[in-house]
Design a protein around this ligand. Sequence first.
Ligand code: KDG
Length: 335
Amino acid sequence: MRIKFALGALAVLMAAGTVQAQDFKPRIVRFGYGLVDDSNQGRAVRLFAKEVEKATGGKMRVRAIGNASLGSDTQMQQALIGGAQEMMVGSTATLVGIAPQMALWDTPFLINNTREADALLDGPVGDKVRATLEPKGIVGLVYWENGFRNLTNNKHPVTKLEDMNGIKLRVMQNNVFLDSFKALGANAVPLPFSELFTALETKAVDGQENPFNTVVSSKFYEVQKYLTITNHVYSPWMVSVSKKWWDGLSKDEQKVLLDAAKTARDFERKDTRDEATKALADLKAKGMQVNELSAAEAGRMRDKLTQVNATVASNVGLDLWKQTQDELVKIRAAK
Ligand code: KDG
């Protein structure tokens, strides 16, 4: 009864213009990401923000905060777990320390194309891996696309396996990437993304590996001469929410965030793929010397990396590994 009276009184006050609607403080959502604002990652976060504000009539306001201004992927993950930050998007590879099954997505040559990627990530295997985050304090909403990773360096073109020897290669802070590039003969150096450009510029490292989109948006072409097309792994991003904050939201608010993340996912995947088709020509025009690894050399690379696959299988669990292989057979048969 008292609530009804209070609401009635509030309606009268608002009608009288005494209490303005905008006096209600909107929920602010700090959404951090590591790439520059003018990147596929930044454009998708801003679309997400628009979708949330539209769906809530401004009651939820998303602040898109790029350039790793809120910290590296691993620092933002800890901020989500502690409840000091509401949302982020970042590499699944940097989540392995929190949820070991995320290493599945680091498996070299696991996924052959974007059709397989979407079907696997948005299907039962992707859901199962995503769900392993929640007990650790992070709610994984959806996967966005980082893309197929390729190699850049400043020493020489990589046309055969032996050319990897001695290249000081920055990798993400993740054991599968470390093991993979050590197996290929490189001197693998784990670094946060936020330190990568400077490490390349100061020649602290000779090379790195990322999708074409990132080589363009982060201007790595300014400090890298050679680009070798390897497509050695398909890299997803995870859109994550602090569970501490998520649990305090209504079911309607949670649905708004999930729906907006899915809308932004579908936009981001198309935006990333469109940008990637243009990026290669763009990088050649900017002076990068581009070569594609031959099928034979890519085969030699795969053979070298089979041991890494065995390690991933035991780390993520043989049941999940087998389910993934079975799911890929189904996806490939359903052409
Ligand atoms: O915050 C940067 C992350 O989004 C990361 O995925 C970028 O692929 C990346 C890398 O190489 O660190």
